[in-house]
Design a protein around this ligand. Structure first.
Ligand SMILES: [Zn+2]
Length: 747
């Protein structure tokens, strides 16, 4: 890091505290002089040219799960790992992966229109014409179906969109819904539609969200053109991800498999994604009331709710095959603590050619692995064992990582130190998320990596963004808190099984903010041509990603004392408790206000009789909840983490030379994240065991923190909220007790 930068960052007492602590925890215990400089040496090695070459090779042909080139890539990655000095192998599983056998959608009234369901090749884009190897556009894990029904437009298809429909007396029962992509994860749309009685679901990409409203469309610009379609999984992953037939266990050949009829994660209704060229005639023919302003997309039509007179016939049939997963697992043995594993991963499979998703992340990970191999040739030996894993089948349902974690659950409980994930990455700001016990490590590394465009540290640029775009609290935090806050993890990539099923501290690392890759996301146009024309064109941010993640891997592997830090975790937990209290209070206030307005006759008075809305029904005000156990436990954790920090600082000089003490301390620290899990799992979804972080049951990828409590309040299940408060409090108490046990070891 530039020393001038460092002075600048240390000009307030809080910053000094954060910086000093970060420096000590991460590095100073790996005291031996020959080790101290390895991560700086490492950062000089990654070369953007190589990253571009790996991407070009891996995205040269479509390589979805089960395809010939998917396997070819896995074998190529395996050979590369070996060439770079890693001990590598392919681990396989057998998973259920439906691919389209028949797809047809037509409007049968008021006029006839047959949807094309095709993305055309572009003359300027050399891989867009690889028709025979491309997976057609579809949503994986939709059920088969043959349905004909009137159409209803449901905006983004979230629960609150159905409240709007209810106020107009519009039901989707027996209808086919058309939802637009965006605002919630796609799998939520058919799930909520089916809960409301719909019998089919179409999902289209509106130009307002990722098309011509945002920027020029492909091939003139990066955004989605009229024929572009977003493929993607609609499996009910908030219930459990991975192979639908083998929940909770690895999908090995002899694993016990569910009968298809007992699988709960397939959709309940047939679903298909379409382009806006295909959607427009259907939407244009809808009548019924005109939708409110925030429901309108950017097509040159007046948007109506329906139902009908557009009547749609959709017929879908899939090949319900079992296909092999090829995870490539590379290992570099640790010299001092070989039984402690630091794990890094990115998926290698794509929906089609996948240059951005996953190529931008995967090729950076490969360059990291090459650079670490290079470092080993220069004499470096990681103290802990490194595992670098290229996952298969991420796109369908995090299949490769989930099956591997389920298969190796016992080993991971004993040996896993941390898991660092990446996936599609871009140009701009460093955007880390993950376990808050790793927040300080993330910050310390981010201060040491240079932003390719501004030459300031990636930390400094991320800080500037928070100040520029943040709320008042976020600005003040970014200026005065020692560490930038990292976001919590929901789902959407391969960390889920590590963190949420198995309690392994995890991070997801990426850059972004300037380029929108959304415009080709999961289409045939996410390819090398698009990436090198519109995104991280010189792979400079690919290099930055390799530098950030590789440096973290080295510090995790070499630090004598594991670089976990708990005062930041405790601080974040306190903010979650306050958020929940505010959530309940806001709900109480909102219900009280609405009940009052109903009494006052406000809804009747402001109603437009030509476009009448039904008045909402009065509701019972949410009861008070007892947050005391949670407040007490959060305070206990705050105190225990401070005691631990103090004890670590005091013990540091003698600890460095006491191998036995270090081992004992590290062994306990490795169990710290797991204290935040509960084997019973979350209500309605036992696969998810982490009590602080989960994807939302009704939002999909987006995170819900303290999900048991938060979702119970949102779903108005107040008795459950009270019992979940107690369960989270117990987990925080376990964490505090574990830290106290480490503190006593240090004394
Ligand atoms: Zn991806």
């Amino acid at each position: 890091m530039d020393p001038a930068d460092m002075d600048d960052e240390m000009n307030t007492p809080q910053r000094t505290r954060g910086l000093v602590a970060a420096a000590i925890v991460g590095v100073s215990l790996s005291v031996s002089a020959q080790n101290a400089g390895w991560d700086a040496k490492f950062r000089a090695i990654p070369d953007p040219k190589n990253i571009g070459e790996y991407m070009k090779r891996m995205s040269a042909r479509p390589h979805h799960l089960g395809s010939a080139y998917d396997r070819d890539n896995a074998e190529w990655i395996l050979a590369k790992f070996k060439e770079w000095g890693w001990d590598a192998k392919i681990e396989t599983y057998d998973v259920l992966f439906p691919t389209p056998k028949e797809r047809s959608v037509e409007m049968v009234a008021p006029s006839a229109f047959k949807l094309k369901l095709e993305e055309p090749a572009m003359a300027s884009d050399p891989t867009s014409g690889q028709k025979t190897e491309q997976l057609p556009s579809f949503n994986a894990y939709s059920i088969d179906g043959d349905v004909t029904a009137p159409l209803v437009y449901v905006n983004y298809g979230r629960p609150q969109d159905y409240d709007e429909l209810d106020r107009r007396g519009i039901s989707v029962r027996g209808a086919i819904v058309i939802a637009r992509y965006g605002a919630s994860w796609r799998g939520i749309k058919p799930k909520v539609a089916a809960e409301h009685g719909a019998i089919g679901c179409l999902i289209y990409s509106d130009p307002a969200d990722d098309g011509y409203v945002v920027d020029e469309v492909f091939p003139d610009g990066p955004m989605r053109n009229s024929s572009g379609v977003q493929r993607g999984s609609v499996m009910d992953m908030p219930t459990y991800p991975g192979d639908p037939l083998t929940p909770g266990v690895g999908a090995t050949p002899d694993a016990k498999r569910l009968d298809m009829k007992d699988v709960t994660t397939l959709t309940k209704i047939p679903v298909l994604p379409i382009s806006y060229a295909d959607a427009q005639p259907l939407l244009a023919a809808l009548r019924g009331p005109v939708v409110p302003g925030d429901w309108r997309g950017a097509l040159p039509i007046t948007y109506h709710f329906g139902p009908g007179p557009s009547r749609v016939h959709m017929k879908l049939a899939f090949n319900w095959n079992r296909v092999p997963i090829y995870n490539v697992v590379a290992r570099m043995q640790g010299s001092t603590y070989p039984d402690e594993w630091v794990i890094r991963g990115n998926h290698h499979d794509a929906w089609v050619n996948g240059a951005q998703d996953p190529g931008s992340g995967m090729s950076a990970v490969l360059e990291e692995a090459r650079a670490l191999g290079e470092l080993a040739k220069q004499g470096w030996r990681p103290k802990r064992t490194l595992l670098y894993i290229a996952w298969d089948g991420e796109e369908e349902a995090l299949l490769g990582s989930t099956e591997w974690v389920e298969d190796h659950e016992k080993d991971l409980r004993e040996h896993a130190v941390a898991y660092l994930n990446s996936d599609g990455s871009g140009r701009g700001f460093f955007s880390p998320s993950g376990s808050h016990s790793l927040e300080q490590l993330v910050n310390s590394v981010a201060r040491d990596v240079e932003d390719p465009e501004t030459k300031m540290s990636v930390w400094k640029r991320a800080q500037a963004r928070r100040i520029a775009n943040g709320s008042k609290d976020e600005r003040s935090d970014a200026r005065s808190r020692g560490d930038l806050r990292i976001a919590a993890l929901g789902s959407g990539s391969d960390y889920s099984a590590f963190l949420q099923h198995n309690g392994v501290p995890s991070l997801d690392l990426r850059f972004g903010g300037f380029d929108t890759s959304d415009g080709v996301y999961h289409s045939i146009y996410d390819d090398y041509y698009h990436f090198t024309k519109f995104l991280d064109t010189d792979f400079a941010y690919g290099r930055a990603l390799a530098q950030v993640a590789g440096s973290m891997m080295i510090r995790l592997a070499d630090a004598d004392l594991l670089p976990f830090e708990y005062t930041n975790l405790a601080d974040t937990v306190q903010t979650y408790v306050k958020e929940l209290e505010t959530l309940l209070k806001d709900r109480q206030d909102a219900v009280r206000e609405r009940n009052k307005e109903i009494e006052e006759g406000v809804f009747t008075a402001v109603n437009d009789p030509r476009r009448p809305l039904e008045a909402p029904k009065s509701e019972t005000v949410p009861p008070a909840l007892n947050f005391a156990p949670l407040e007490n436990a959060a305070n206990a954790l705050t105190q225990a983490s401070a005691r631990y920090q103090k004890a670590v600082d005091a013990a540091r000089p003698k600890l460095a030379s006491n191998a036995a003490a270090l081992r004992a301390v590290n062994a306990r620290l490795m169990q710290a994240e797991r204290q935040l899990t509960d084997d019973a799992g979350l209500p309605k979804r036992p696969w998810y065991r982490h009590l602080l972080y989960a994807p939302g049951y009704y939002t999909g990828y987006a995170v819900k923190t303290m999900p048991g409590v938060r979702e119970a309040i949102e779903q108005k299940e107040y008795a459950e909220a009270d019992s979940e408060i107690v369960r989270v409090a117990r987990a925080l108490d376990r964490e505090a007790a574990l830290l106290d046990s480490v503190t006593s070891l240090l004394r």
